[in-house]
Each structure stands twice: as C-alpha cells, then as structure tokens.
Write a protein that binds this ligand. Structure first.
Ligand code: PEP
Ligand code: MN
Length: 265
C-alpha cells in the first residue's frame, strides 16, 4: 500500500486544512519535548505560531530511558495541548505509547506520533490501523533499515489507516559526537519507494541545538515535506531534551532561512 509503483501520485495528508506531502510547501512543527505545565505550552504555542510554525508538538507520554526520569504529564498533558490549540488554532502532535490510550488520542490529538522505540511494536501498529482515523507520524527506529520502516507503515495501512507520515529522527552509528546520525539519503529514497510524506526531526537527529539549523536547512534542500523541531523558552531547565531545544528566536531565524530554500507555509 505504501509502494510508489502501486500509487504514483504523492499522498497529501490534510490536517485541519494544512497539507503535508506532495506540495511545493513545507510545514514546520515546533514545541517542547515534554509538556511541563499548561502555561508553558500555551506560551510556546504562541511563540511557535509567531515564528511561522503551523503545528504544535508536545509529549505527554514520554518514552524515557530511565524509569526514574520524568514520564510526562499524561492525560493532563494532552488536555494542556488541547488548551494550547484552543488558544492558537495550531493543530497538535503528541506521542502515543500504548493501545489503551488510543481513544484519548483519537478524541484530542490531530496527529498521533509513534516514537522510534515503538516503530516495530506490531500489535500497536495494527491497533492504530483499526482504531484511529487521525494521521500517524511514524518515526524511524534508531536501528531500523528503510525497508523495515516502510513495512511498519504498511502494518498501519494494511490494518485500515492509510494516513501515514514518515519521520526520520537519526539513527545509531559509531559516531559519538552527535546523539544520532541524520540520514538525509532517506528523503529521495522514501520518495522513490513510497508515495508517503517524509518529515525530518533535526532535534533528535543531532541532540545539539547548535546543529539543528544546519541539519534543518540541509533537509529542506534535500526535499523533505516538513520539519519537527523541539522549542523551549528555557532549555537549561527543560524536563527532557534541553540540550537540543531551540529558543523561539532561533526557531524563527531558522524558518526565515528555510524560506530562502523552499516555500514554508
Ligand atoms: C520525541 O519526539 O520527543 C521522541 C521521544 O522522539 P523519538 O521517538 O524520535 O526518540
Ligand atoms: Mn524529545
């Protein structure tokens, strides 16, 4: 179902009127790694919007390496995101980790993110196909090949939800200088093999805010359909991923530079 040969036209996914894929335009999604409280996410949503971002990201259920690290605000975090959407009009993207929360996400979230760690949680992927109608942002697992990633998209599509957006977020390599290695070659390869939109997450791909702009501009030049970037007002105090978060001002200047390479809506 994801195969370009069976479906020559690009799939365009419409999220409350914002189109992802198959367009001249690229979309920029910004927001915190974790929703920390309602005020912060409402403030950030407005800053993301003022900078030129068209959607808000924010994790409420967090897949943390340590069980002692902040696990997210859960339902309260989703409701804080909903409040931020009410205030700004920005559609919201958040990560789902287990199938018992599908109804909550189906009701409240505009794009359901499946994180790198769950890319091959096949039972969850099948449930998404059966029980959701919302677009699914499927991140590439950090040790998965492109064909494995496409097969995970296929699981969701074959079970009934064909609205899949692929997201490259860096893979594990021998390199230790960056958190992950951004695999930019996926952009033309995914476009050749599939008809699905592909967006890039330069924040997790690099792990370092200083590298986020160049990774983003390179991805835009390579023809991605969008970017999803972590933004925080006070990265030093972020509950998660502070080292890779951009301040709103830097996020805006990145978007301004991206506009010189491609049309950004
Ligand atoms: C995230 O988006 O905050 C996240 C945990 O991403 P990934 O699944 O790519 O690590
Ligand atoms: Mn993060």
């Amino acid at each position: 179902l994801a195969n370009r040969l069976m479906h020559p036209e690009d799939t365009v996914i419409d999220v409350n009127g914002i189109k992802i894929g198959g367009q001249e335009n690229i979309v920029v999604i910004g927001g915190p790694c974790s929703v920390e409280n309602q005020e912060m996410v409402i403030k950030l949503a407005q800053e993301v919007k003022d900078a030129g971002g068209v959607m808000l990201r924010g994790g409420a259920y967090k897949p943390r390496t340590s069980p002692y690290a902040f696990q997210g605000m859960q339902t309260q975090g989703i409701l804080a995101m909903v409040e931020a959407r009410n205030k700004t009009g920005l559609p919201i993207v958040s990560e789902l980790m287990s199938s018992d929360k599908i109804e909550e996400f189906e009701e409240h979230v505009d794009i359901i993110q499946i994180g790198a760690r769950n890319m091959q949680n096949f039972e969850l992927l099948k449930e998404l196909g059966k029980r959701t109608t919302k677009p699914i942002l499927l991140k590439r697992g950090f040790s998965n090949t492109i064909d494995e990633w496409i097969m995970s998209a296929e699981y969701i599509m074959a079970s009934g939800n064909e609205k899949v957006i692929l997201c490259e977020r860096g893979i594990r390599t021998f390199e230790t200088e960056t958190r992950n290695t951004l695999d930019l070659s996926v952009i033309p390869i995914i476009k050749e093999k599939t008809h699905l939109p592909i967006i890039i997450d330069p924040s997790h791909a690099t792990g370092d805010w200083k590298l986020v702009e160049s990774a983003s501009l390179a991805a835009v030049a390579a023809g991605c359909d969008g970017l999803i970037i972590e933004v925080h007002d006070n990265p030093e105090c972020a509950f998660s991923d502070g080292a890779q978060c951009l301040k709103p001002k830097k996020f805006k200047s990145l978007i301004d530079k991206a506009r010189k390479i491609a049309q950004v809506i």
